[in-house]
Design a protein around this ligand. Structure first.
Ligand SMILES: [Zn+2]
Length: 127
């Protein structure tokens, strides 16, 4: 079994976003998981992802930060087929009109690697 968590963060430090591809059914998961959610196989391996996808759903004003700032939680279909919850940035989004979030459904998004303190993470941004 691959030590996914350590390798996931090491890849982020190297500038790569990785997921896990199942050798039994070819489905891709992100973030990488140890057991395939589609077929139950544990024959998975890490692959580099393009970091691009489509926004399916989002919730603005999601209280993600301890300092009181709000953020947007998104649900994205990555181009490799994985569906995942993400932290989302929409430049210029008007948080006083949260219903306008639906205007962004179906838009292309791209993941960028950011560092909070010393720990890297991925934030998706509309293109
Ligand atoms: Zn599978």
């Amino acid at each position: 079994m691959i030590p996914y968590v350590k390798e996931f963060y090491q890849n982020l430090r190297d500038g790569k976003i990785v997921g896990a591809k199942c050798d039994a059914c070819n489905s891709v998961s992100y973030p990488p998981i140890a057991t395939c959610s589609e077929c139950g196989s544990d024959e998975l391996r890490l692959i580099q992802l393009a970091g691009t996808g489509t926004l399916l759903l989002a919730v603005p004003n999601y209280p993600l930060t301890a300092d009181g700032r709000t953020a947007i939680a998104g649900y994205v279909r990555l181009d490799e087929g994985a569906h995942t919850m993400v932290s989302l940035e929409i430049p210029g989004f008007d948080f006083s009109s949260p219903e306008r979030i639906q205007d962004y459904y179906g838009k292309r998004v791209r993941g960028k690697i950011v560092k909070h303190d010393t720990v890297p993470s991925v934030v998706f941004c509309t293109e």
